[in-house]
Design a protein around this ligand. Sequence first.
Ligand SMILES: [Zn+2]
Length: 225
Amino acid sequence: MSFGGRNLRDAVVRTRITEDHTHEDTLDPRNPFIIELELADDLPDVCARHGRLAVDKVEKALLFRSRYPWDSPTEPPWVQRTAFQEVSFMLRLMIRVVTMQTPDPRPPSTLLRGTWPVCARCRLKKKIWQRISLALFLAGPAVLVTLLIVCLLTKSMDIRIPVTLAFFPGWLPFGFWAAVVIYQHAQTFALFRPITEYTRVEIRAHPRFADAVESRGTTTEIREW
Ligand SMILES: [Zn+2]
């Protein structure tokens, strides 16, 4: 796997559980989030995606979704909710709906809290993607207002029909969905292998980030859960 033409390496970072609802009698496994994790060690001041010096650190809970379909609510792995994973998940869900299959219950999720190093390039990309996402969100209300004005001003179906279609099934659901996926993409500060353990995660990282993590070692005492 490569990103931007570079070979990525696995950087192992320790994690710890902050919330565990798996042993609760009243647990509804369809409800996220049954396990919550946080990074146990501080990350180096290097961006995981580009290997560049961090200019900012962003506190953010990254979301992971159980593999689909899922078998057990208490067993990993959880897959990072990247834009690609969201598109893949929605397509499979749509196929189930179109083919009249019963949609699976919502799979359990987890989140990983951490403070993520962000380089200037990441920050610029995040800003651009967020603005594209915002523009797509706002396009819906804009089309709706246009539709209302068109309905008030004209009875011509030649104008009403295309504006109606632009709102539905145009913006809703596709434009709205694209805005959500793009927003998700803007928040992806690091790429992860599926989580298979509660005590560590593997970041698919630029070699400079992986070197920095390895040379740094652990930075905190981790307590047993
Ligand atoms: Zn970066």
